[in-house]
Design a protein around this ligand. Structure first.
Ligand code: UD1
Length: 335
């Protein structure tokens, strides 16, 4: 019998890629998603990719009754919790929605899991918990903080989980701090395509490449970095998905809780990403230099050694592969 894993937010960008990686590793993934930020055809695409029917429950993470129903209907062995709101700018405008969905959603999920006798969970966290980093590359032991409501919710959720594991040994958590997820599935059937104008660099570049947006605005070229633009640790979403499979394995097979960075350890500047995307789509993408974006830091990249030592995780796909897969996905999505 394969082990069954509930993916909250499993129809979203990272959740859907993780679904495929889990199915390939022999697990039976089950989706719970509200579809507020996911395409309706994702379950159908996952069925095509995996060659098996998809079990998908349409429900909000804050709906305890719906969660109880799912736990009663499926024999769940562990949970990977992706479901959350994730836009920094929106979180400043709607802080209570972020508290309610991200922190309230986690609380509801933990209560229902506890009542179902289930205590293994992988949590989607973010490098945003490092605030303005004081050391580079950033190890997990670096000081944490937050500079916006989104970051506050991620850090608070981490602390809730750490507190729970410390006071009740039945609970066991894998906390994954993502750096900058990028790229798309090599099949071009899954990827990131936000409903509104994208805030993040790679999906924004994708729309410049399709001609839907006129030019990339480079937010600041006067940072203390080699070319003056911001440095980030972009990690291919298929590598990130594999990190979840390894994290789940550590929880289920060894009962070993962990908190790890998922990044490559390599920083790329905005201009380097722009050039890589231009290579991928075959033309020089237009850009303009704009003022710095409030809240941005100059550089942020991971010390990936704990994930390597503890999980055997190494991100192997290159920036060129991230851009090429993103371009293939967006081109297919627009035809
Ligand atoms: C952002 C969030 C972070 C979140 C992460 C998820 C902010 C301040 N931070 O990280 O909390 O966890 O997304 O992926 O929003 N850039 C441009 N022009 C653009 C867009 C981005 O120059 O149109 C630059 C940014 O200034 C930055 C780099 O590209 O230097 C990456 O930006 P982005 O993709 O938004 O990610 P982060 O800001 O690192």
């Amino acid at each position: 019998m394969p082990q069954t894993v509930l993916l909250t937010g499993g129809a979203g960008y990272i959740g859907s890629h993780t679904y495929v990686a889990l199915a390939e590793a022999g697990y039976r993934p089950v989706i719970l998603d509200s579809f507020v930020n996911a395409r309706d055809d994702v379950p159908e695409r996952l069925a095509r990719l995996t060659g098996a029917p998809v079990s998908c429950h349409r429900a909000d993470i804050r709906d305890a009754t719906a969660l109880h129903r799912v736990f009663a209907a499926e024999r769940i062995d562990a949970v990977i919790h992706f479901a959350a709101l994730k836009s920094v700018g929106e979180s400043v405008a709607r802080p209570l929605d972020y508290t309610e969905t991200n922190i309230g959603g986690l609380m509801t999920l933990l209560r229902v899991m506890g009542e179902a006798g289930l205590h293994r969970l992988v949590f989607s966290s973010s490098a945003t918990v490092y605030g303005a980093p004081q050391t580079l590359p950033i190890p997990e032991t670096a000081p944490v903080g937050h500079t916006n409501p989104y970051g506050f919710t991620k850090l608070t959720c981490e602390q809730i989980l750490q507190q729970l594991a410390a006071s009740d040994p039945r609970w066991c958590f894998g906390i994954l701090r993502y750096f900058n997820p990028a790229g798309a599935h090599h099949s071009a059937l899954l990827g990131e395509d936000p409903r509104d104008t994208p805030n993040n660099l790679m999906p924004y570049l994708a729309r410049v490449a399709t001609g839907e947006l006129p030019a990339l605005q480079v937010f600041g070229d006067d940072y203390d970095t080699p070319d003056g633009t911001g440095l980030r640790d972009y990690i291919h979403v298929e590598d990130l998905a594999r990190g979840h499979v390894l994290s789940l394995g550590a929880l289920l097979e060894q009962g070993a809780g962990h908190l790890v960075n998922l990044g490559t350890g390599q920083g790329y500047s905005v201009l380097e990403v722009l050039r890589a995307y231009s290579r991928a789509c075959g033309r020089d993408l237009p850009h303009v230099i704009a003022p710095r974006r409030p809240g941005d830091v100059a550089a942020c990249y991971a010390d990936p050694s704990r994930a390597a030592d503890f999980l055997g995780f190494r991100a192997c796909r290159t920036l060129d592969e991230m851009c090429a897969s993103s371009w293939a996905w967006i081109s297919a999505a627009r035809t």
